[in-house]
Design a protein around this ligand. Sequence first.
Ligand SMILES: *[C@@H]1O[C@H](CO)[C@@H](O)[C@H](O)[C@H]1NC(C)=O
Ligand SMILES: *[C@@H]1O[C@H](CO)[C@@H](O)[C@H](O)[C@H]1NC(C)=O
Ligand SMILES: *[C@@H]1O[C@H](CO)[C@@H](O)[C@H](O)[C@H]1NC(C)=O
Ligand SMILES: *[C@@H]1O[C@H](CO)[C@@H](O)[C@H](O)[C@H]1NC(C)=O
Ligand SMILES: *[C@@H]1O[C@H](CO)[C@@H](O)[C@H](O)[C@H]1NC(C)=O
Length: 281
Amino acid sequence: MLLFQMRMYQEFSFYWSAVSCWLLVEFTAAFEVTTPQSEVVAVHGRAAVLGCRYTPSQSQSLDGLVVTWQTVVGLQVVHSFYYGRDQLERQRASYRNRTALFRSELPSGNASLRLVDVRPEDAGRYLCSVSSLQGTGKAEVQLKFAAFYTEPRLTVQVHSTNVSFWYESEGYPEPEVRWVDPTGQNLSHHTEVSASEGGDGLFSLRTRLDLDHSLGVNYTFTLKNQLINQVIERPVFFSHVGSGHHSKCPRDRLTILGPIFCAVFLWICTAVLVKRHWSKS
Ligand SMILES: *[C@@H]1O[C@H](CO)[C@@H](O)[C@H](O)[C@H]1NC(C)=O
Ligand SMILES: *[C@@H]1O[C@H](CO)[C@@H](O)[C@H](O)[C@H]1NC(C)=O
Ligand SMILES: *[C@@H]1O[C@H](CO)[C@@H](O)[C@H](O)[C@H]1NC(C)=O
Ligand SMILES: *[C@@H]1O[C@H](CO)[C@@H](O)[C@H](O)[C@H]1NC(C)=O
Ligand SMILES: *[C@@H]1O[C@H](CO)[C@@H](O)[C@H](O)[C@H]1NC(C)=O
């Protein structure tokens, strides 16, 4: 019994020392670099913050601190900091004048990058690498590019048997497009999304709804850019011109012009007959 208790105690103390040893190692030597968000949505022309944190030293000194932001593909330098200041000689030209760290927050472990005037080509994965006297580490964050769709431009084409409604807009990425009738049913439509002609990296949307003339129109066009929760909803009203006074118009004109045509026709006939009569005799 005593022997058993002794062994229990020995085992317990062995485990305890192992655990405390592990805790000691964890709390003194753990240097970590983390990105609070694995994805950041950045909007065209605006500023974005790519978050990154590292375990600061107790003194919060910048001595020996090296922060490097790079693209994962090609490891292009986006921003770097060492010897206590920004070092931008090797910064990729396309990022020039557009990047900054939060200097006042850097000592406390905030190595986030601020990128202004976001462009389509900024989309991609970024690597935040930090090394200090405590250790070294890195973490990744993905920048997703989005652009608000512009106010859609409406074009109405009236054909003999049908009417087409076109909406055009530019943005990014590909939106969800719906045309809905007053009962909430989805209507089939033709939608094309292509690279914008401006070469600005955005998408051009062209969507068309074809309708039969005889139908009255009270439909709703909806465009959703889910990445940035943008919803554009536009009602389309169109009253059927065919059955209204439009179709009367030609008839009214006929009633005025009819007698004139008849008079002219009769006059020509008479003239022809008279001419024939004269030439015969
Ligand atoms: C870093 O500091 C900036 C500016 O105060 C703040 O917007 C950002 O959220 C901070 N990031 C992290 C990861 O702490
Ligand atoms: C960056 O800013 C400097 C000074 O304001 C300017 O001379 C330079 O042309 C800018 N570079 C780019 C690529 O915009
Ligand atoms: C609409 O009418 C035009 C001209 O009459 C025709 O070319 C087009 O194919 C028609 N569209 C539909 C969907 O019926
Ligand atoms: C069109 O339909 C919407 C509901 O889908 C309704 O609120 C609106 O009053 C209708 N407008 C006309 C002119 O019928
Ligand atoms: C209409 O289509 C959208 C997606 O395009 C879908 O989410 C919605 O459930 C559809 N509604 C109906 C009534 O079918």
